[in-house]
Ligand binder design. Structure first.
Ligand code: FAD
Length: 291
């Protein structure tokens, strides 16, 4: 299985999709079926998110393992460290290894409600600490998250980029961005990353908004700026699910083509367990991203 940092080393466009595990076992089969259907589109890789408190770790492990076993598509299993001990992280690494997973997206995770920062004596305070631990104790290829519109807890834009640099120094080999809806924000961010000496590959995170409810959730989650062109589209089509789905996929496709045309060639789509959305994006790019 290829390491994801190797896949991202060339300038040839890549396309990856993300799925999230179910919260409860009853939904496992539905989510697994959706994940495998998306994987059958043969993306460059698939990422599987991780429940922040680790309660659904087995689902992440099993879905990521099954994607690789059944479709041959490399999996990127997410792992968060907030409120985790070295022992529990070691167990998670062992479980990933046993499933043949070779790539991890190392994250801190969101702080528990009411907590402003991780205590100084926590086993892991930041994603960089988790990255260093994984690097020292295993052979995984490690990626990390970055934020074109600045992480909400960062003191300022420059401090946030310096913190990304610490993550790279700890062993992070590639980055995936938080979703953004205005490519201008991403072009500017890439310039600032490169100016800071960060040269690792960066996957641009694109979220196709396919229903109006998702807009509010996405703003809350990412703090992203929604360009007027995008808001007009939600205003016009938000009450018509089929029209909104078509418009959201067209907007995401347009964003991706503009990114690739401007040499941001690695695209990660937050496909939200929706095979129909992943397939539409894949089809729209069939001659642009040749996989
Ligand atoms: P960090 O890199 O640790 O950064 C967190 C904050 O601390 C930032 O403001 C940073 O500037 C600051 N910081 C970092 N290092 C230092 C330092 N040394 N000193 C002072 N400040 C510092 N969450 C999940 O629960 N599960 C998932 O699967 C998941 N997947 C994600 C995938 C992507 C691509 C993205 C963008 C986010 C994902 N998240 C996920 C959300 C993520 O866990 C949160 O955004 C979290 O708040 C930050 O995680 P991080 O890994 O970026 O943290």
């Amino acid at each position: 299985m290829a390491s994801i940092s190797e896949l991202l080393k060339t300038n040839t466009p890549t396309l990856s999709f993300e799925v999230f595990p179910p919260k409860v076992k009853d939904n496992y089969d539905t989510v697994e079926a959706a994940a495998l259907e998306i994987a059958k589109l043969k993306p460059s890789f698939m990422s599987v998110t991780y429940g922040a408190n680790g309660g659904t770790r087995a689902f992440t492990t099993d879905i990521a393992g099954d994607i690789q076993k059944n479709t041959g598509v490399p999996s990127l299993a997410h792992l968060t460290c907030v409120s985790s001990s070295k022992e529990s992280v070691s167990e998670a690494l062992k479980a990933y290894e046993e499933k043949g997973i070779e790539n991890i997206l190392a994250l801190r995770g969101d702080l528990p409600t009411g907590c402003d920062e991780m205590p100084a004596d926590a086993d892991f305070r930041y994603a960089a600490d988790l990255t260093a631990f994984i690097k020292a104790n295993s052979n995984f290829c490690i990626g990390g998250a970055c934020y074109p519109e600045t992480h909400p807890e960062a003191a300022n834009k420059d401090a946030d980029i310096l913190n990304i640099k610490k993550k790279i120094e700890a062993g992070c080999e590639f980055l995936t961005t938080q979703m953004f809806f205005d490519n201008g924000v991403m072009f500017n961010y890439m310039y600032r990353l490169r100016e800071a000496g960060i040269t690792v590959p960066v996957c641009a995170g694109i979220m196709p908004i396919t229903n109006a409810k998702q807009v509010e959730r996405s703003i809350k989650l990412s703090g992203s700026i929604m360009p007027p062109r995008f808001l007009a589209l939600v205003d016009k089509f938000g009450d018509d699910p089929k029209a909104m789905m078509q418009a959201g996929i067209a907007y995401a496709t347009d964003q991706i083509i503009d990114l690739i045309a401007n040499d941001i060639t690695h695209i990660h789509v937050y496909s939200m367990n929706k095979p129909e959305v992943a397939r539409a994006i894949r089809d729209n790019l069939s001659d642009i991203v040749v996989l």
